[in-house]
Design a protein around this ligand. Structure first.
Ligand SMILES: Nc1nc2c(ncn2[C@@H]2O[C@H](COP(=O)(O)OP(=O)(O)OP(=O)(O)O)[C@@H](O)[C@H]2O)c(=O)[nH]1
Ligand SMILES: [Mg+2]
Length: 305
């Protein structure tokens, strides 16, 4: 199955809701008036596009409809696609993969259960299959939760990645340091550092993230290539406030929005893109190893509508 097909499948719940309700409202022959725009607004808000983004989108839609003399509701979907694509394009971002022979180092962070560990597995698969990154090392930086290392080791086996771990309760920055050492020694392509889930409001845990970052930077003599914040796409506004606080602590380089398949509120991505000035580097639409790819605005909108 192609990625576009999987993306469409993944977004099915949101798509059915959106497209189904749009079809009810956008009856052929119905004129594009304020009542229709109000219904459209409600549909977008229900899909978790967010009030601010929805207001702007509908205002822009009205402006374009007037400017182009669009009077029939049948043309609304086309206009909506166009506006959504334009809004989402600035949020696209490219993963920073090194081409200088040095290992690429990514730190993966986020709140509990947002999908960090699964993202590491999916990302490893993607980097292998689509970028030819052969030697990937996982750093088991979640030394807190008992089953975390085991979960990561199962994924390491499945994806053919190496695993660096220490005993439970050890300092995650020591694990990250070890992994980087090994990557340098073995000329690995990529190191993906897993971390324990944490609340963005817990200062000692945020300091722990800064320490991992600092220790690795010092060993490398340069910055990490990415600090990726994993957000659960089903949580909308909550994901946005999380992102702000994580970003204040560790200067996030990109977002990963996961679980877009689990919800009819996949419009949250539009809200996230609009309210945070951070690139969305990856999106996840399932639990399997090949359910994650770079975020592309046009592709996302086409899959959604
Ligand atoms: N449907 C769906 N489930 C996902 C996705 N990503 C992760 N999950 C599931 O969400 C649950 C939590 O994922 P993990 O990867 O363990 O999350 P985590 O952030 O590492 O969790 P902690 O380490 O406990 O903080 C698991 O059951 C995953 O299979 C996704 O894109 N879609
Ligand atoms: Mg985890």
């Amino acid at each position: 199955m192609s990625w576009f097909q999987r993306l469409k499948d993944g977004l099915k719940k949101t798509k059915e809701q959106l497209v189904g309700r749009l079809a009810q409202v956008l009856q052929p022959g119905r004129s594009l008036d304020d009542a229709l725009l109000a219904e459209l607004e409600e549909i977008l808000i229900t899909a978790d596009v967010g009030v601010a983004a929805t207001t702007e989108i509908v205002r822009e839609l009205k402006r374009r409809a007037v400017a182009r003399g669009v009077q029939d509701s049948s043309e609304v979907t086309g206009l909506l696609k166009e506006i959504l694509k334009e809004r989402l394009r600035p949020a696209e971002g490219t993963l920073q993969l090194r081409a200088d022979g040095q290992p690429t180092i990514f730190l993966i962070l986020g709140v509990n259960g947002s999908g960090k560990t699964t993202t590491i597995a999916k990302l490893a698969q993607h980097l292998k299959d689509d970028f030819g990154k052969r030697k990937i090392i996982f750093a088991a930086g979640d030394t807190f939760r008992a089953a975390a290392v085991e979960q990561l080791s199962i994924w390491a086996e499945r994806t053919g990645a190496g695993l660096v771990q220490q005993k439970a309760g050890s300092d995650p920055s020591a694990v990250a340091f070890d992994a980087v050492e090994r990557a340098l020694r073995e000329a690995a392509d990529v190191v993906l550092i897993d971390t324990a889930g944490r609340l963005q409001t817990k200062q000692p845990l945020m300091e722990e993230l800064r320490k991992i970052n600092r220790v690795v930077e010092k060993r490398l003599g340069r910055a990490l290539d990415e600090r990726l914040l994993v957000l659960d796409g089903t949580t909308g506004q909550n994901a946005i406030s999380q992102a702000r606080l994580f970003h204040e602590s560790v200067s996030v380089t990109g977002l990963v929005v996961t679980k877009l398949d689990g919800t009819a509120k996949g419009g949250a991505l539009v809200q996230i893109a609009g309210e945070l000035n951070l690139p969305i580097k990856l999106i996840g639409v399932g639990e399997r190893a090949d359910d994650l790819r770079e975020f592309k605005a046009d592709e996302f909108v086409e899959a959604l509508l």
